[in-house]
Structures are given as structure tokens and as C-alpha cells.
Design a protein. Structure first.
Length: 469
């Protein structure tokens, strides 16, 4: 293997679009791009194969979006890469029809995406992208990569060229600062929910387990542990910063916050308004599915049928301020209660951090492009309505982003239900034609004040009533 990337040469026949990262969003883009014969694309990921949150594929856990929120259907229901076509390829259409499932299992969604990734051309796993730079002389992006072998070791270096890029590098597990030292220490029983299934047997063997975080993952893990532990000896704590173990906003009009209409409305707002809105909308995307909450209550209630209460403590309104190793090898959590303004300590044998994910920073990958990036008042990259980074005019190529624009496009950014629409928007912006016509209206709600002319058109003057004779 050579020790450095190839020297710059004049690119021949560069790609029209190179994708970095192959998660569900870039997989959606690749699937919708595949039939566009005039568009040359390739997608790269450092992993050896596609896997979607493997540590959270808990038995029976379902998606919070309907099966229509697959990779392609909401942009092109006729695509061969739809979930229904996946079922057809497995001779499972009739079983799915009789199951009457609107929300599929997570494991089934993962299997569907892997089916697409194994059959769709132009996907290159085992490719670690090292750097991206703009070559103004040839009006292309240079992409340096390392080809990895089956064990993840560097095998060869290479360079590719593309006129446009799309970054879909995903999110990373978030560990609160107070718990980082213990989570990073070897053999310490503190782990992120992303690794739950890898450590499930060890957690079941622990005398006392604490789950931190009141989102869907925290609820599913608490329920899974509860069901697997003996009655009367559950020895579980569930802690949350939120004031309640709150249900996700799932009313039909509430869900219209995950439509293109709301995304456009949010993007047009002033930056300070957008920044103030997102934290207050946490129940739209951080709450818990109603069925999961009901299942937890049912399981706890069942354990009271013969008298007594289960040994499980559920406490909202609590934050973890610090954590230390306990003398017996466990963990001591320093807790503060927001409403009581009180503090206490909890000793536990293992901690599962269901503390969510954060967008991966693009700074390292885009270091060479940093002088060309336009940033907002908070130093974040500016993103236009077509999910494209705003660059200075010296860069004539486009850099689109997927799931890195919540600050500019709102709570729908990580939602699987907007994957196909965003992919179609990106492809429409890259082509001279419009391969995927998209609807002008997607919600009954009108976000913001209607335009005067729109109001007049929506409600034309009524004719004068006929006079009685």
C-alpha cells in the first residue's frame, strides 16, 4: 500500500454525484438516482456492509413511521426499490397483508434496507473518506479515500472526482459530559443504548440496572429489561430529565410538522426564531410511542396482581450531574431534581444511556472547504432550501447534506418519512429536468399567515343572493 494519496491529475469523466455515507437517507438517494440514466453516481461508506442501529433491533420493536416511509415510495410509488417490492421478492406480500401492520418491525426495516444495499449498483462499502477538496481548475471535487479490507485495515489509497457531493454521514451516540469518563473507561458498566443488544446478557445478570433517558429507546430498553427480570426482584431504575414520561405527539395534525410544507415554512423563518422553536418541539420527536407506554404500564400492573409492587423506580425531572465508580465495582450517580431543587446519590451495577444522538460534525471532513463555507450567527453551515450548503461563488459544484440541517430545516430533518422527498428534491436540483415532480401542498395546516392573493384565490367572492319575489 502506498503511504499517501495519489497526486492530483486531470480528472477524466468525473461523477455527477458522489455520496459520502450509506445510511437510509443516502440509500434513498441512490435508489431514486438509479433509473436516471443521465446521472453518474457512486456512494461510499467505511463499514463493510449496511446495518441500521443493530444494537437497538430489540425483538418486537417497531418503527414510529408507517411502512410507506420507505426509501422511495413517497417520491415514486412505482420504484422497484419499495418496501412492498421487497416483500414481493420474498413471497411475503400476503402474510404482510393479513398481518395488517401499518408500522413495521425495526428488524424488518433493517432487512429491507440491506436488501436494497445488496442489489443496488454503485454502492462502495469498505471505503473510508479521508478528505474532500475543490479543484477550481477542473471544476470538480477531489475525494481522497482509503479502501479497507474485511477486517477494517487499510488496503489501498485512492482518489475520485465528482461535480457534486452529498453528505449523509449520519449521527453519533451522545454521552453526557458527566458520564463520558466512565463510558470511555474499559470494563466500566456504562454503555450507550446503541450497544444495548451487544451487552444485554451482562445487563440481565447485573443485580441493579439504571436506564437514563425518556425517549423511545429508553422506554424500549426499560420494557425489555423489565420483562426479562423476575417478579419482585426487578431492581430497575428509569431516570429522565423531562418532567414526565411523555407520549410522542401523534395526532394527525401534529404530524403535519413532518411534511414538506412545514419544512419550507421553518426554513423561511429568521434564525433566532428557528433556534427558539426546536427545543420546545421535543415531544414531536423525543416522546414515547403510546403503545410502548401502555405496554410498560401493563407489565408493571401485572406484577401487582398477587400483592406488592414491582421493584422498579421511574423518576422524571432528574438530571445526572456527576458519576463515580462505586466501591463494589458499580457506579454512583449524583442526581438533582429540578422541581424539588434537591440532590441525592444512586448506586447501581450498570447504566444504559438512552441519551440520543447528535449530528456528526462536518468540520474534519470539510476542512479543505472551510474557507468557502458560509456560516450562520452560531457558526453552523448555512443550508439552502434544497438542502445544499451555501458556498462562495468560487465553488461551482454543489454539496448537499442529509440529516445535518435540523437548525435550518426543523424537526423533520431526521425523520424517515421525509427521506424520499428530500432525495427527490436533491435530484431535481441537480438535473436540468424534474425527474420527480413533487406536490406543492402536503398539509391541511397553513403554517404562517397566508399570502393575501392566496386567500383571495382560496375564497372567491360569493354571488349576491337572489331577490325574493
Amino acid at each position: 500500500m502506498t503511504s499517501e494519496h495519489p497526486t492530483a491529475t486531470a480528472p477524466t469523466d468525473p461523477l455527477d454525484l458522489a455520496g459520502i455515507g450509506i445510511g437510509p437517507f443516502n440509500l434513498s438517494l441512490a435508489a431514486l438516482a438509479q433509473p436516471l440514466t443521465g446521472l453518474r453516481t457512486a456512494f461510499y461508506d467505511q463499514r463493510p456492509a449496511f446495518h441500521w442501529h443493530p444494537g437497538l433491533l430489540i425483538d418486537g420493536a417497531t418503527l414510529q413511521v408507517p411502512f410507506l416511509a420507505d426509501l422511495v415510495t413517497l417520491a415514486d410509488p412505482t420504484s422497484p426499490w419499495s418496501f412492498l417490492n421487497y416483500l414481493r421478492s420474498r413471497d411475503r406480500l400476503f402474510p404482510f397483508y393479513f398481518a395488517e401492520r401499518f408500522h413495521t418491525h425495526r428488524a424488518e426495516y433493517d432487512a429491507y434496507c440491506r436488501w436494497v444495499s445488496e442489489n443496488l449498483p454503485g454502492l462502495h462499502f469498505g471505503h473510508q473518506i479521508d478528505a474532500v477538496r475543490w479543484n477550481g481548475s477542473h471544476a470538480v471535487f477531489e475525494i481522497d479515500y482509503t479502501h479497507l479490507d474485511a477486517d477494517g485495515e487499510a488496503e489501498a489509497l485512492g482518489r475520485g472526482y465528482a461535480r457534486n457531493l452529498v453528505l449523509g454521514v449520519g449521527t453519533a451516540p451522545h454521552v453526557p459530559d458527566a458520564l463520558c469518563p466512565l463510558a470511555e473507561a474499559p470494563a466500566t458498566p456504562v454503555l450507550h443504548s446503541a450497544d444495548y443488544l451487544d451487552h444485554r446478557e451482562r445487563l440481565l445478570a447485573a443485580d441493579h440496572v439504571t436506564v437514563v433517558g425518556a425517549g423511545q429507546s429508553g422506554a424500549e430498553i426499560f420494557l425489555d429489561l423489565l420483562r426479562a427480570r423476575p417478579e419482585g426482584r426487578e431492581r430497575l431504575h428509569w431516570l429522565a430529565r423531562t418532567p414526565a414520561f411523555a407520549p410522542m405527539e401523534y395526532s394527525k395534525l401534529g404530524l403535519e410538522h413532518f411534511t414538506p410544507d412545514y419544512t419550507r415554512y421553518f426554513h423561511a423563518l429568521a434564525e433566532p426564531v428557528r433556534d427558539a422553536l426546536v427545543p420546545g418541539q421535543w415531544q414531536l420527536y423525543k416522546g414515547i410511542d403510546h403503545d410502548t407506554l401502555a405496554a410498560i404500564h401493563d407489565e408493571l400492573y401485572r406484577r401487582t396482581l398477587h400483592g406488592g409492587w414491582p421493584d422498579a423506580v421511574l423518576t422524571p425531572g432528574v438530571r445526572v450531574e456527576a458519576a463515580d465508580r462505586a466501591p463494589g465495582g458499580g457506579v454512583e450517580l449524583h442526581l438533582a431534581h429540578a422541581e424539588q431543587n434537591g440532590r441525592t446519590r444512586l448506586t447501581t451495577d450498570a447504566v444504559v444511556l438512552a441519551t440520543g444522538y447528535r449530528e456528526r460534525r462536518l468540520d474534519t471532513l470539510l476542512a479543505a472547504l472551510d474557507p468557502h463555507l458560509c456560516r450562520d450567527a452560531a457558526g453552523r453551515p448555512r443550508v439552502d432550501a434544497d438542502h445544499r450548503l451555501v458556498l462562495d461563488p468560487a465553488v461551482t459544484g454543489s454539496v448537499h447534506v442529509q440529516n445535518a440541517e435540523r437548525h435550518s430545516h426543523g424537526v423533520g430533518t431526521p425523520d424517515l418519512g421525509l427521506a424520499a422527498w428530500r432525495s427527490a428534491t436533491i435530484l431535481n436540483s441537480l438535473t436540468a429536468a424534474t425527474p420527480y415532480p413533487l406536490p406543492d401542498r402536503t398539509a391541511f395546516t397553513t403554517f404562517g399567515l397566508p399570502h393575501p392573493t392566496a386567500s383571495a384565490m382560496a375564497a372567491p367572492p360569493r354571488p349576491a343572493p337572489a331577490q325574493r319575489t
